[in-house]
Design a protein around this ligand. Sequence first.
Ligand SMILES: [Zn+2]
Ligand SMILES: [Zn+2]
Length: 416
Amino acid sequence: MKIKFLGGAGEVGRSAILVEDKKSLLFDYGIKVESKTEYPMHVEKVDACFISHAHLDHSGCAPVLYKDGFPEMFATPPTMDLAELLIEDSIKIHRKKHEHEKVNGSQLKTMMNRYTPCEYGRGRDFGDYSVTMYDAGHICGSSITVVERHNDNRRIAYTGDFKLEPQLLEEGADIVKSDVLIMESTYAGKDHPERIKLAEDMVNSIRETVDNGGVALLPVFAVGRSQEMLALMCKYNLIDITYIDGMAKAATEIVENYSGFIKNGRLLREAIDRSLWIENPKNRSAALEGGSVILTTSGMLNGGPVLEYIQKLNKHSKIFLTGYQVENTGGDKLVRGLPLDIDGRKFRVKTPFEAYDFSAHAGKSDLHDYVKGSNPETVICVHGSPENTELLAEELRLEGYNAFAPKVGDVLNVDF
Ligand SMILES: [Zn+2]
Ligand SMILES: [Zn+2]
């Protein structure tokens, strides 16, 4: 079996892994969203494609597969509905910036009409194989994909992004047996802080901010973090003063429709009912009066309503970063004390900020635990910096696994 790394190997972004066995199987086809969009390498022929979850670095280029072919595509329904929302937004952003965009609306429509919906744990046959998706515990609908060959029951598992430790709305990932395991390595270099303590520390600081009449501004990713933070505000009784704005609203509505794919669906529903949804400029002014929490996109301060809010915060306010800030994004500039670019102007943020590591990825120990539980012969470490993927592969080799840390463009021959 040959595995080609079309993207997302030795890097985070544009995940795309092509397995060539009797059929050509494509795991994810994403884009890399930085100042300029990067695409995965071109792929000639795909028989079946599996989308692990909605984030654009895994789904963003998938519609292009329908340009001149009709591969079978498998994913959970929330993955595809959330991906549709994000891809539509990405097409709009490219148009606004007059940048070329490979993906177009009609390909997206074809994909949405033709894909095969998967439930967790229920296998689907295609040709000489079956595919089963399991809960990855990362965001709503996220999956660990297992492809099994019928004649000898050999299994490839692809984790996509996953988390073993439960979150408020996510159970931890299912551990599945495999012969070849293709695994993310984002945090191969460190463990995450304990979640409950982290949440309590942040909530205490938010309380102090709103009690002083300030605004607690939380820039959040539309898919995943928005819903998790909304549920957190509900759990800690801050929900009645919490406003939600931007794409976070649309994503939350989709997740609400798929309560079967999350845990604590009732907590999310209560959070939605009791929070204040921003519908017009008057609502935005009310939110900015203070004594409030605002959840809004974009999570890395690269666009969206957060940039409007950040310019109008009163002096008692504070910004709470809850996600990873990619280099050169607005959030990264904030952390490094540099001015943000807003509508062609430089804006220096005077509001203080705090950063909390609410990662939805497995930490170092969890990555090792996953491999142990899955018990493969071969592990391929992807979706991480070269330092992290190589570190993990090296540690796994010492534990007796065949482990690799490929780069984009590499081709691996694997016994399967
Ligand atoms: Zn993700
Ligand atoms: Zn990812």
